[in-house]
Design a protein around this ligand. Structure first.
Ligand code: COA
Length: 162
């Protein structure tokens, strides 16, 4: 059983993330989409909202599940005995940071490999903060996030009640 972990803060999940998750699901027996804490960021969406969005976006993929870990990615990999960390590479600007993280994770837990999947060109510029910014200023984010979470994401960003 080969298990891949797709880590991130997913604040919120984007079409770019979903593309990487779907492709990981075609390569591995099971995929864990793992929400972790990025110390450099304060999330906009609550943990339960982010988990719910990922669950809804991946509902057609039975081999994909969602988890949360309050600690190091390397420790989660050790704990679950997952085999690979999957990250999407959007542009050269992602490379230096991702390379550093991959080396640090390898040092902390050598048994796990980090694999990079190149993003699709239409998702090259997509990021969670861009979606938050466009959505909170009432711009069109419908091409950027999974349709199944669009209304809920817009409601939160625009402080609307149900
Ligand atoms: N398509 C579109 N956007 C993508 C993407 C893709 N395929 N992959 C990443 N992004 C976006 C993310 O949404 C994020 O956007 P934002 O900066 O606007 O929020 C941005 O690109 C950066 O993504 P990433 O580098 O994956 O950062 P992250 O905050 O989502 O995740 C953690 C970083 C949580 C994985 C990392 O901080 C971590 O591992 N934390 C746990 C502690 C730990 O182990 N630290 C490492 C020690 S070596």
């Amino acid at each position: 059983m080969r298990t891949a972990v797709c880590p991130g803060s997913f604040d919120p999940i984007t079409n770019g993330h979903l593309d990487i998750i779907q492709r990981a699901a075609s390569l591995f027996d099971s995929v864990i989409v793992l929400i972790l804490h990025n110390p450099a960021k304060e999330p906009c969406f609550s943990l339960s909202q982010r988990m719910d969005f990922i669950r809804k976006a991946t509902q057609d993929y039975p081999q994909v599940r969602v988890d949360y870990y309050d600690g190091l990615l390397a420790d989660y990999m050790r704990k679950t005995k997952a085999n690979a960390i999957i990250k999407g590479l959007r542009a050269m600007s992602d490379f230096e940071y991702e390379f550093q993280m991959a080396l640090a994770n390898k040092k902390l837990y050598p048994e796990a490999e980090t694999l990079f999947l190149t993003t699709q060109t239409e998702n090259m510029y997509v990021s969670s903060s861009l979606i938050r910014q466009i959505g909170s200023l009432h711009g069109d984010i419908s091409d950027l996030i999974p349709p199944v979470i669009l209304q809920e994401v817009k409601q939160v960003l625009n402080h609307e009640e149900d």
